[in-house]
Design a protein. Structure first.
Length: 131
């Protein structure tokens, strides 16, 4: 079970609620999944991976927000996203990427907006080998 699954479950509950259908969901189950998918750097991982994912972190933060899990929201350090910056100033899913990805950049900017952090300016862009 992954962070993506958690977000999908919560989003379905929200859609059903808006439609007038109320269901009971064990939020502690989702909280445990989110906690198990934390990485040492403070981000969230996809599935059983050990490295952080900008996209999974974005979805996890949305889950935390829906469940009122402030302690998990507050423990995401904005500086952890810096390793995912690309040479062009955007973000990618891989810390080693040279070119940013639109979805990862949108997710990172959203994460920073939600947790109140700011991306550090790119002072020395990483250059591709040979340039």
């Amino acid at each position: 079970t992954s962070v993506v699954d958690c977000f999908n479950w919560l989003n379905c509950v929200r859609i059903l609620y808006v439609s007038g259908i109320s269901i009971t969901l064990d939020s502690s189950y989702i909280e445990n999944i989110l906690t198990k998918n934390r990485t040492p750097e403070g981000l969230f991982a996809k599935g059983n991976q050990s490295t952080g994912s900008i996209y999974a972190t974005f979805l996890a933060i949305l889950c935390c927000d829906m469940l009122g899990l402030e302690f998990l929201l507050e423990s995401v350090p904005p500086a952890a996203l810096d390793d995912y910056r690309s040479t062009d100033g955007g973000f990618s899913e891989s810390p080693a990427a040279i070119i940013s990805q639109t979805n990862a950049t949108a997710a990172a900017v959203s994460v920073l907006a939600i947790i109140g952090g700011q991306a550090q300016p790119v002072t020395q862009p990483r250059r591709p080998p040979g340039l």
